[in-house]
Design a protein around this ligand. Structure first.
Ligand code: ZN
Length: 476
């Protein structure tokens, strides 16, 4: 059953890829800033206003004769005190709090989740937000000092996303802001936008908006992650809007990949200032050597990229299992095409078949489309670049394992040529190659290298990857 779902989501993604141009739904102005303009939000706000106590009450008149003759030193106005233990109202999926203090009437809503740790985290985020917002009302003496915090939530794989919508009302009018909150359920921690999206993600998002907005982080502070994609809100020249970008498009800019139901943490926390080197393994999977290699990687806290062959991946159950193990262990599965033909010699029809069949087989096993393609023999031409629908990853350090066929010579070759940002070519179908890796990893780590996947390498080196472009390393 799970397999069927997985396969059908791959088909869906395939369709989406082919019609990628229309994947970005640009929402009309009418839909823009739902929290500011949408009817339901106003209705909610109206309903709240009825529940929220009046902000200002006329002071009771005191007879002059009862006033003390000496004016006491005025005390500083204390900040509103928030008591979170009172007035909670359980309404199924959210918690509500209405109260009044120090001239401000306020309301807070936040979601209730089954996961206790996540619940504690979202509650503390909501309370901190309320406290901070109330502080900014200090001294508000108008007739309309109101604060309403509502939310919208969404889920994308292991990420729970909440967008707190804040409505502030003073005599100067109303102001709307929205603050995102994201929680990684698998890791049990709150994730910020800096961790989630690389800087260059915003350049891509701005391109989708295509109204001249600058692709900077500050312009897309508010966002909500949903099953369909990441929805970013923006404001430009007084106009408000939003754009949804699918994870398939965003994934090379993200620290977490989200495709359908299957999500893996694809970028580890690494030291960007320490050297990195990417081991890549072609022509697998191998039912014996691939799992053995995974163990060695795991033992060294290292990760690598496996350019597998689409047909070999489906040879038998043990090969299928090997591909799944690569993906499940946090290593990267990429495409070495379906059957290892020299792509530059093929007709467009055959070329497309090599790309698409490999991609579908990989997706059927891992639930994710491979991000990268490595053309067999490193052979490509303009047609290959245009119709691979992926960045083409080659190498700039050939271990020559296929020609040495000897562990020690492979070790010597790699150590002699190792360097920051390099991509190493190897093959996980040979016993001697895997044995060489077993020797190489501790040595390179001792030299200060971090052993990373191709995706991690480009992420940390801040290289913008484009479909149809060829990359030999992080720097050329
Ligand atoms: Zn190959």
């Amino acid at each position: 059953m799970k397999r069927v779902l997985l396969a059908s989501s791959c088909v869906l993604m395939l369709v989406l890829t082919f019609f990628i141009i229309e994947q970005i739904s640009r929402l009309s102005d009418a839909d823009a800033y739902a929290y500011a303009n949408a009817g339901n939000v106003d209705d909610v706000a109206d309903a709240w206003r009825e529940q929220v106590p009046e902000a200002t009450k006329a002071p009771e008149k005191v007879e002059p004769s009862l006033m003390p003759t000496e004016q006491p030193t005025p005390l500083p106005t204390p900040l509103p005190t928030v008591t979170f233990t009172t007035q909670y109202a359980h309404t199924g999926e959210m918690k509500e709090l209405y109260a009044y203090g120090q001239g401000v009437a306020y309301g807070l809503r936040y979601p209730v989740y089954e996961d206790n740790a996540m619940q504690a985290a979202v509650q503390s985020a909501a309370e901190a937000l309320l406290t901070k917002e109330l502080e900014s009302f200090a001294g508000c003496e108008g007739t309309e000092c109101k604060l309403l915090i509502d939310y919208e939530d969404g889920e994308a794989g292991q990420l729970q996303s909440v967008l707190f919508r804040i409505e502030r009302e003073t005599d100067d009018g109303k102001e709307y802001t929205a603050i995102p909150w994201v929680y990684n359920k698998k890791k049990g921690e709150v994730v910020d936008a800096e961790t989630l999206f690389a800087d260059r993600a915003y350049i891509y998002i701005a391109e989708q908006v295509s109204n001249g907005i600058t692709g900077s982080r500050e312009n897309f502070v508010s966002y909500l992650l949903t099953a369909d994609g990441a929805k970013f809100f923006y404001e430009m020249d007084g106009e408000e809007g939003s754009v949804i970008v699918s994870y398939l498009e965003l994934h090379t800019y993200m620290a977490v990949t989200i495709n359908g139901n299957v999500v893996a943490d694809s970028i580890r926390e690494l030291d960007p200032d320490k050297p990195m080197i990417a081991f890549t393994f072609d022509d697998g999977p191998h039912y014996q050597q691939t799992p053995r290699l995974l163990e060695i990687l795991e033992k060294n806290d290292a990760r690598a990229t496996f350019f597998v062959l689409g047909d070999r991946a489906f040879w038998d159950e043990s090969n299928k299992r090997a591909v799944k193990m690569v993906s499940d262990s946090g290593n990267e599965v990429a495409s070495h095409t379906y059957s290892h033909k020299d792509l530059a010699t093929l007709s467009l029809e055959k070329l497309t078949e090599e790309i698409v069949k490999a991609r579908d087989n990989i997706c059927a096993l891992t639930g994710e489309y491979p991000t990268f393609v490595r053309p067999p023999y490193g052979s490509y031409d303009d047609e290959v670049k245009a119709y691979s629908y992926a960045p083409l990853i080659t190498w700039n350090l050939d271990s020559k394992d296929w020609s040495f066929r000897n562990k020690d010579q492979i070790v010597e070759q790699v150590l002699a040529e190792a360097g920051d940002g390099k991509i190493i070519l190897m093959h996980d179908i040979y016993e001697f190659t895997v044995s060489a890796v077993e020797v190489l990893l501790p040595k390179l780590i001792e030299e200060g290298y971090q052993i990373v996947t191709v995706r991690e390498l480009f992420y940390y080196k801040d290289v913008e990857l484009e479909n149809g472009k060829v990359y030999h390393s992080s720097y050329n």
